[in-house]
Design a protein. Structure first.
Ligand SMILES: *Cc1c(COP(=O)(O)O)cnc(C)c1O
Length: 396
């Protein structure tokens, strides 16, 4: 059955993904089932999206109530789920105001527009350059692709949106070299996700904050992957005691429904007046009620504390595995955002794990990334680590 579906897909779907030959049909917590009834443990969670597990019944219940009540009205009107969600996001973060949209790229677009508009409103139209980091990932739209620090993502799409410069991550001197009075913002992932779970070196982010303060430059944190509890704090900036001026969220925000958010302090938010920016679907009651439910569920079930415990447990087990297998070069990350660079290619490892019923992921050719649902249990981690042990034996 799945072979026919896969053949059909390859005829009609744009070939923008190299898909694995698996058709998923059902999910619950950290488990997925394919169309042949085979079971998998999911350590990818839709790439850090389904933080509260697949088809979470509490969220499904909220969504289905909302779906029969009110799905969508224009943002020309108020709706209660959107108001409550924005209140909760403001109460849980540094921010004063929230703009809701539908994806990570859109959230970053909004952040880029806000930073430039802030200086435009001050009459400083030359101040429009945004500095980002090499190996960063900010999205696939024109502006966010232009902001992204990876050539392979931009190849073939020139001309790009002007006004972006990249510097090596964790290099303060290189950053200082690019600072002048044309720079309006520095945009960073506090921990680089697609770049390979690259962590900031000590004091890097606080030094960046100091540079921003000194030169009146906005600091934008792209927390699309690191946010919503993934790293063992609700937002990764809390690990580093560095408060950004703007933060973007998406991925896990509504546990799998499409939602993005751009949050900012009042000082900068005031640059977005009526008509400055918009989104038809942004913060629609259906999705907003799901996102609100996500935040409530995390509190009610102490998900962040669980994520911290599981992150520590998982990291320790992987460190033990590293002792045994010399191809594992490092185990790094925060909470349940873990990267494991290998001295060998990662693709065969991912394929073997998939055959054995475990979904993991490889980025940048040789870095295994684990971003399981935050509700993952010790026995599930044990099972994956046993599987990895076998797989590394097979390839050595
Ligand atoms: C996934 C991701 C994005 C892009 O989000 P989309 O919803 O795919 O547009 C941007 N930034 C980071 C850090 C991401 O991980």
């Amino acid at each position: 059955m799945s072979t026919a579906h896969i053949q059909q897909a390859d005829n009609v779907i744009m070939q923008t993904y190299n898909r694995y030959p698996v058709v998923f049909e059902k999910g619950s917590e950290c488990t997925l089932w394919d169309s042949n009834g085979k079971m998998y443990k999911d350590f990818l969670a839709g790439i850090a999206v389904c933080n509260l597990g697949h088809a979470n019944p509490v969220i499904a219940q909220k969504m289905s109530q909302q779906a029969v009540n009110l799905v969508h009205v224009s943002n020309l009107f108020y709706t209660v789920p959107q108001i409550k969600l924005c209140q909760k996001l403001v109460d849980s973060s540094f921010a004063d105001r929230v703009f809701l949209c539908n994806s990570g790229a859109e959230a970053n677009e909004a952040a880029i527009k806000l930073a430039r508009k802030y200086y435009y409103d001050l009459g400083n139209t030359k101040r429009n350059v945004i500095i980002t980091a090499r190996q960063s990932f900010h999205g696939r739209t024109y502006a966010t692709m232009s902001a992204t620090g990876q050539d392979k993502i931009k190849k073939g799409f020139q001309p790009l949106v002007p006004g972006f410069k990249t510097v090596p991550f964790n290099d303060i001197d290189a950053l200082l070299d690019e600072i002048d009075d044309t720079v309006c913002a520095i945009m960073l992932e506090p921990i680089q996700g697609e770049g390979g779970v690259c962590c900031p070196s000590e004091n890097y982010l606080s030094q960046v904050r100091q540079i921003c303060d000194h030169h009146n430059i906005l600091l934008i944190f792209d927390e699309i992957q690191t946010g919503m509890g993934r790293t063992g704090k609700l937002f990764a900036y809390e690990h580093f005691d560095v408060i950004p001026d703007i933060m973007t969220l998406a991925k896990a925000l509504a546990n799998g429904l499409p939602m993005g958010a751009m949050l900012s302090t009042e000082k900068f938010a005031s640059a977005f007046g009526p008509g400055a920016h918009a989104s038809t679907f942004g913060g629609t009651p259906l999705v907003a009620s799901a996102a609100l439910c996500v935040l409530e569920y995390m509190e009610d079930n102490q998900i962040i504390a669980h994520c911290q415990r599981m992150g520590q447990y998982f990291t320790k087990k992987l460190m033990t595995l590293k002792e045994k297998h010399s191809c594992i070069m490092e185990v790094r990350g925060y909470g349940l955002m873990i990267g494991m660079p290998l001295s060998i290619k990662g693709a065969p490892i991912v394929n073997k794990c998939l055959n054995k019923g475990f979904v993991i992921n490889c980025i940048q050719d040789n870095i295994i990334r684990f971003v399981p649902p935050l509700i993952v249990q010790e026995n599930e981690i044990d099972a994956l680590v046993d599987c990895l042990d076998t797989v590394f034996q097979e390839v050595s």
